[in-house]
Design a binder for this molecule. Structure first.
Ligand code: HEM
Ligand code: HEM
Length: 179
């Protein structure tokens, strides 16, 4: 049973990370209006929302499995209070990331917050969440020594950075055009 929970925690952690990075990149591409002309912008936004919601669901299963896995050293309190687990901040960064993802999702669904400015500030907390989730992954994963894990990690970090780059550079270009 413990073995099963250990495998479940690792696999759902990996799937949650892939989904969150995809949601992040899709969000940036949508906001930068860089989604091409073949498919409507709303199609991309819908996909972004689904990816974000699914990332949170997989994060929830990952946390539950980590708690049920008696080898992980994660107690009930460690799931909610960052830094209290035996592994300290290696797990703590994951706890904060999970809060930031939850806030991004629940201020957007079932209804988006009315104040657009504040909604965006809160929503962009998920970018910090992504960074923390990647730190948590690297510090606490049992698979971090494996080559496939390291290649996957660099690939996901690059996709996230590429999305951020597109968003920032299109914003700068638009600001220049407006001058
Ligand atoms: C882990 C979950 C999520 C992450 C990491 C995430 C991340 C992002 C990012 C980085 C942007 C670009 C914002 C910008 O550059 O200004 C964005 C945009 C957006 N997100 Fe999310 N998001 C998540 C979940 C969701 C969910 C569940 C919804 C709705 C149900 C949602 C709705 C939106 C909307 C409407 C935009 C477009 C904002 C605009 O340009 O007007 N997001 N998201
Ligand atoms: C309360 C929050 C969290 C807790 C208690 C937690 C717990 C854990 C534990 C105990 C491990 C070590 C499992 C192992 O490799 O044996 C782990 C690894 C991992 N976690 Fe989390 N986690 C949390 C949040 C997150 C979040 C938000 C993400 C990403 C969206 C994430 C993704 C991962 C990944 C990818 C691994 C590495 C799996 C591997 O080694 O293959 N975790 N987590």
């Amino acid at each position: 049973m413990t073995d099963l929970m250990g495998y479940l925690s690792r696999s759902t952690g990996i799937v949650a990370t892939i989904l969150a990075v995809a949601a992040l990149a899709w969000g940036f591409f949508f906001s930068a209006r860089e989604t091409g002309t073949r498919l409507r912008p709303n199609w991309w936004l819908d996909l972004h929302n689904w990816l974000g919601g699914l990332a949170l669901i997989f994060t929830g299963v990952h946390i539950l499995a980590a708690w049920l896995d008696s080898n992980s050293g994660v107690r009930f309190i460690d799931v909610f209070v960052p830094g209290t687990a035996t592994a300290g901040w290696a797990i703590g960064w994951g706890v904060i990331a999970a809060y930031l993802f939850s806030v991004a999702v629940f201020t957007s669904w079932p209804k988006r917050w009315k104040n657009r400015r504040w909604w965006r500030v809160v929503h962009l907390g998920s970018v910090a969440g992504m960074v923390l989730a990647l730190i948590h992954t690297y510090q606490s994963g049992s698979d971090t020594g494996a080559l496939w894990f390291q290649i996957g990690f660099v690939f996901l970090a690059s996709v996230a950075t590429y999305g951020l780059g597109i968003r920032v550079f299109t914003k700068i270009a638009k600001a220049r055009e407006a001058v």
